[in-house]
Design a protein around this ligand. Sequence first.
Ligand SMILES: *[C@@H]1O[C@H](CO)[C@@H](O)[C@H](O)[C@H]1NC(C)=O
Ligand SMILES: [Zn+2]
Length: 429
Amino acid sequence: MSMQGSVLAVGKCLACLEFMLLPVWQGIRASSGIGDGWSQGLGRCLRWEPSSPGQGPRMPVFDYPVWLVLCRRGRARLREVCQRGRGVIRLPADILRFKLPQLYDNHQIPKVFREDSIISGYRHPKSSALDCVLSSFHMNNETMNIWTHFLPTWYFLWRFCVLCSTLNFLTDSYTWPLLVYMVLICIYPFTSSCAHTFSTMSPESRHICYFFDYGALSLYSLGCAISYGHYVIPDCWVNSFVHQHFVPIAVGNALFCTSLSCYSRFLELQFPKRSKVMRTVAFIVPFIFDTAPLFYRIVLCCGGNCGSSSALSSHCYHLLFAFLTCFLFTAHLPERLAPGRFDYIGHSHQLFHVSAVVGTHFQMEGVIADMMSRRAWLVGHGATPSFLSTIGVLVVSFALNLGVIGIFSAPLLWKPDQSHAAARERKEQ
Ligand SMILES: *[C@@H]1O[C@H](CO)[C@@H](O)[C@H](O)[C@H]1NC(C)=O
Ligand SMILES: [Zn+2]
């Protein structure tokens, strides 16, 4: 092998290494603020993107003897070689048949995509669907958000399958509230992980993805209401006015929640505070309503009147995690304390996902425990679930929520004057 050939080979190896490490390394550099000459020089030399997009890969010409590179003003020479070697640096990507998407810092992307205190790790704001899917295997600011809801989806599906084999969901109407609840706790993490995956295809897709995310969350709140209204409700509330109207009010809450949270996205750029408050209220209202029977039972229990206590301890763990979830959602901790340090791992949204899922796990355990232990008493008091108040409500609310999402998505999908919108977007940046 000639001298030039071996330099080329070393270049390729370095490029490969860089190709694999750069995303993570960039994050570390951005977060620690090290911008010394060494890393900048290396960063400039070893890039898999050509400097101007139209240029394409050029054939490298190594016309310097190696000793020159190593000894006399080696640094300048090396830099020159790197400049010429850009075409080679693209090679590993071409071999793999796809190019891993480049990541950006917050000042490089449009304002809509920016997240408070997250500095780096942003994907391209006009990624293709394939890039989005690949990005879930490539460390960026959303990777952990995607996985922290994708894996739990499978956990809940597994629990659902086990329940399917032990309970008779088809004909036993007493189990239908649990059926609805299980379906919805499988849907919401899945929708969320899809929303995080495909949110960077365009500003419109970002909004629509999160509309679906909010829709799934508000349906989940409806699922909680249906299961609480049938299994968790305190003994003394059974057949009362509240009990009879619990599910219909929850349907209204879900619609309110979806509408308000979707609407809050339109205010995000102009009034970020107001938008955040609106979204928080949108989710807290159904939560407080759904949890009222549970709070009442806990108050009764504190007064020494505990029914089935094993279920109550699960419910209490759920409440603990629900408060933590709400806190993480509103506080933006820990990244607010150290902007840039939690870009990839550990930012509030990830912790929010994890705490929501753990909370849901305890809630599920509590609901199942109540359902099993209170069956005889509830059925004996005439509180048998009907098809309409469980699966019927689910189907109707599903359609209504889709309708709400459609209404909010329509103006994003059919913009009458594209150039106008583009001009506005430019001004906002
Ligand atoms: C991650 O980056 C995308 C843009 O690529 C942005 O839309 C999103 O809000 C960011 N998410 C977090 C949690 O920082
Ligand atoms: Zn999320």
